[in-house]
Design a protein around this ligand. Structure first.
Ligand code: ADP
Ligand code: MG
Ligand code: MG
Length: 883
């Protein structure tokens, strides 16, 4: 078996398509090498070795050692150096790299191969002692930290104390002889902490680092991350060993990261940061503030430190050239890591860059306009769920801004919330239903759960490519990073800025689009849906088959739904209208009367209100289909609670509070979700359904007159389990339609259908379809009833089901395709067999979930219906499902 794949010198044994075997980093290093780009030579130990390692009691395949030795001498041949050689040593980096980029994995170790002997050879060869000893001390700290598990602060304390004594402020003040003096002290830290000396043998160092990479695949951080992102442990990680190039060889050397397009806005520009005389992670670690790459960016940021374009024009031009090649080749925006060694540019990584939804849209649309990808590909490029961030509010430009500080605009959108200083507090507050802004000096992978819980993230240190910035953009959360004027005191749980002190719980607002931190809550504006958004949605609409409707009952929701492109209403929950204003009193009169006459009297009061609601809804929807569900919830949900409310209803009904209380007790149910609700209400009290049907038909006549567009209401009967139930209610509806037609002289076209939300209804769909003209799958109830899991009580145990892999996802978020999905398939098939062309839709929460939408497409549904804000997500997901 080939366990090791080499790259370098314009060729490679691997290529970009081999991500499963080589990991993302390794596959792209090979690809860049094949493209003839300047990549330091190296080799990748495959993910299969990782799998082998864990399958065989943490041991390696037998041939691995010799294959690594061979690859090392291949790399040595290309660089003219020998690994471990005292006079002319090859130094390498050891880098982890799974298929998907994965925080939580081992950090990269640089400068491996240095020891007390080789460091002298490096110094002599480079003619630069300071560089050699600076590299050696970096290596000792990094290796000790990453491989040997000795914490950074041990070394930092020694260094800080030394710098203080010498009166130095910066690490760059530390001279070669200082490092020489410090290194023995570093080594003795290791010896003290470990009981063993720092490993001097380069081969021991190398195998130590390789083992640490494989070991990190099973550390808690990595396991947690895989859990959150549904990455199977069986994928394993690869290890990349690569010849070092040095960004810390003085003023003509540098290291940096750059995107081929702006990852926040999507603008086509070389966007990134670099640091002169620095190595590796210095840029992202936030220790020194990096410099701009382009002059344009430098001018915009007002920085007085030179841009890369200014400081190293040749390397800059080379980067521009390479960026063009990479974008054309990968046909997507790239996130690149590079190092300049004495003026020469070396590429160390490229991958498709993470981006905000806004940038994703713009990039997809512009790549298509540039002819690099097709319109269909552009549609496929945007994650529907990420559209959510575009639909988020921004700060009203007219609002007064009490600016506390300005940091970097790290991730767009604005958010207000209470200050919290750690991730556990953020999570706790979120659980308690409060909105928070997570304020940290900087974030690390341990903060992921807090970032998830927070409305927005504010850091006082770090640049646009800091951890906080990158992760926030991925999550679509507003983030302001590097707000350096803010002092955070974790112990006191306070922050001070501009002479003010704020404590945990105080409200602030962050504006991730311009980096501002504002005091208090600030007025927000709804998002703009033109430009690239409209273009891409247009392309999506061209290819999708399924219609997208909204679940809406209020005029505001209906209008929002239409702005977002809804093609009708798939679910109007009439009961939501029952709580508006005073009408709840009439509703309560109806519920609490103990005879039909009393109910009819109360219903007569409700009729004009319902009719007016429907007229408004039909008018807004202007001829688009509207599905109205008859009253569904258990009646007790409308009962008065307080004594005052009781008295109010008693007065309106001319009866006593005591009598009402007795009636309320009668309505009590042990399990209301499986109780007196849905069609059962209409069976027992047909007058309710009659009133609603009358309101619907009269409204349809009125709205059609007003708009000139015919309204075709779809009357939907909930919670049906037998055809007989539906027949009974349908007869009343039909009779009412005839009555209204006789009274008004206008005949309304309409349909009567049912929700399929009980397993029995799904199984008997064949005969139900004899009466029902459409089915709408109520997947919330269907999931509850098929799984026997109460949606309202699931939270306490469902988490263990998903984390233990018993269920692949929360079935109330993503349809359980195997179980609930099979019921839907059966119902669709049997329904169609009875009534060719029966209209099929879905109106549960799942109607806005991309994975469930794919399922709906496969099952042949005609439309999905979801909450208004998810309509664009559903449109895009439906398009992707059709492609
Ligand atoms: P991550 O996956 O966390 O980005 P990398 O393996 O990409 O880690 O390494 C981080 C940084 O270390 C790189 O961006 C680069 O600056 C530096 N680095 C890695 N390998 C080398 C090398 N062979 N020569 C010089 N710098 C390197
Ligand atoms: Mg990297
Ligand atoms: Mg239901």
């Amino acid at each position: 078996t080939q366990w090791v794949y080499t790259f370098g010198d314009g060729k490679a044994e691997g290529e970009a398509g081999m991500k499963n075997l080589l990991g993302g980093k390794g596959a792209n290093l090979a690809e860049m090498s094949n493209l003839g780009l300047p990549v330091p030579p190296g080799f990748t130990i495959t993910t299969e070795v990782c799998t082998y390692y864990y399958d065989h009691g943490q041991s390696y395949p037998q041939e691995l050692k010799s294959q690594v030795e061979k690859a090392l001498s291949y790399v040595g041949g290309l660089t003219g150096r020998t690994f471990g050689d005292a006079a002319n040593p090859l130094l390498v980096s050891v880098r982890s790299g799974a298929r998907a980029s994965m925080p939580g994995m081992m950090d990269t170790v640089l400068n491996l191969g240095l020891n007390d002997t080789t460091v002298e050879a490096v110094a002599k060869d480079a003619g630069d002692e300071r560089f050699a000893y600076d590299s050696y001390r970096r290596f000792i700290t990094m290796y000790s930290n990453v491989v040997l598990g000795i914490e950074h602060h041990h070394f930092e304390e020694v260094l800080d104390e030394y710098k203080d004594r010498r009166g130095y402020t910066l690490d760059t003040d530390v001279t070669a002889s200082d490092w020489k003096a410090l290194i023995p002290r570093y080594k003795s830290i290791v010896e003290k902490e470990l009981g063993q000396p720092f490993p001097q043998d380069p081969h021991e160092q190398l195998w130590g680092a390789i083992g640490a990479v494989f070991g990190s695949w099973m550390n808690n951080r990595a396991i947690k991350y895989r859990e959150l992102h549904a990455i199977p442990a069986s994928w394993g990680t690869a290890v990349n060993v690569q010849a070092m190039v040095f960004g810390n060889m003085g003023e003509t050397s540098a290291t940096g990261v750059a995107f081929t397009r702006n990852p926040s806005t999507g603008e086509k520009e070389l966007y990134g940061e670099f640091l002169i005389n620095a190595q590796g992670e210095d840029v992202v670690a936030g220790i020194r503030t990096p410099q701009d790459i382009t002059e344009k960016a430098r001018i915009a940021s007002g920085s007085d430190r030179p841009s890369m374009e200014q400081a190293m024009p040749e390397a800059y031009n080379e980067l521009v050239r390479i960026y063009g090649i990479l974008e054309k080749h990968y046909r997507d925006m790239q996130d690149m890591e590079f190092t300049v060694e004495k003026g020469k540019l070396w590429m160390l990584q490229t991958r498709n860059g993470k981006r905000t939804a806004k940038a994703a849209l713009r990039i997809a649309v512009e790549l298509a306009s540039e002819g690099l990808i097709s319109q269909d590909e552009a549609v496929n490029r945007v994650d529907p769920a990420a559209l959510d961030q575009l639909l988020h509010p921004t700060i009203d430009p007219k609002a007064e801004r009490n600016i506390l500080a300005t940091g970097l605009p790290a991730s767009p959108g604005a958010a207000s919330g209470e200050i919290v200083f750690n991730s556990d507090d953020a999570e706790a507050a979120k659980k308690a239903g409060r909105k928070v802004i997570l304020v940290r000096i900087e974030t690390s992978p341990e903060d992921i759960h807090g970032m998830h819980a927070a409305e927005g993230i504010l850091t006082t240190r770090g640049g646009m490519t800091s951890h906080a910035a990158v992760v926030a953009r991925g999550m679509g959360k507003p983030c302001v990073s590097g707000a350096g004027s803010i002092r955070v005191d974790y112990a006191a749980q306070t922050l001070t800025v501009a002479g003010q002190s704020l404590k945990k719980g105080d409200i602030i607002t962050i504006d991730g689009s311009n980096g501002q931190v504002l005091l208090g809550e600030v007025k927000m504006l709804e998002p703009e849906l033109s430009g690239e958004f409209a273009t891409l949605m247009g392309w999506a609409d061209k290819v999708r088959r399924m219609k997208v409707r909204a679940n809406a009952e209020t005029p505001l929701d209906a209008k929002t739904a239409r702005t977002f492109g809804a093609e009708g209403i798939g679910l109007c929950r009439t009961e939501h209208m029952f709580f508006e204003g005073d009408r709840i009193i009439a509703v309560r009169e109806m519920i609490l009367s103990d005879d039909e006459a009393g109910r009819r009297a109360a219903l007569a009061k409700l009729l004009p209100m319902q009719r007016a609601d429907f007229v408004e809804l039909f008018t807004i929807m202007s001829g688009l289909p509207v599905t109205i569900r008859l009253l569904d919830p258990p009646l007790h949900e409308f009962l008065p609670h307080s004594e005052a409310e009781m008295q109010e209803v008693a007065k309106a009904m001319n009866t006593s509070v005591d009598k009402l209380k007795r009636r309320a007790v009668d309505l009590h149910e042990f399990n209301p979700m499986l109780g007196f609700r849905g069609v059962r209400l209409a069976v027992a009290y047909p007058e309710i359904a009659e009133m609603q049907a009358r309101a619907i038909f009269e409204a349809a006549v009125e709205a059609a007159r007003a708009t000139g567009k015919p309204v075709v209401p779809e009357v939907m009967v909930p919670l049906v389990m037998t055809k007989a139930e539906l027949d009974l209610v349908k007869a009343r509806i039909v009779a009412m339609a005839e009555a209204v037609s006789n009274e008004t002289g206008v005949t309304v076209e309409y349909q009567v259908g049912t929700m399929i939300e009980l397993p029995r209804a799904a199984l008997r769909a064949g005969e139900i379809a004899e009466s029902a003209e459409f089915f709408s799958f109520g997947t919330n109830d269907l999931t509850q009833t098929a799984l026997g899991i109460s949606r309202d009580d699931a939270a306490s145990f469902l988490g263990s089901y998903t984390s233990k892999g018993i269920l692949p996802a929360d079935p109330f978020v993503t349809i359980d395709q195997e179980g609930v999905g099979e019921l839907i398939k059966i119902a669709a098939e049997r329904g169609k067999r009875t009534r060719n062309g029966i209209k099929l839709g879905i109106c549960g929460e799942h109607g806005g979930d991309p994975a469930s939408i794919h399922f709906c497409q496969q099952t042949g549904l005609d439309y999905v219906s979801c909450s208004p804000y998810r309509v664009p997500i559903a449109r895009l997901a439906a398009a992707q499902a059709a492609l």
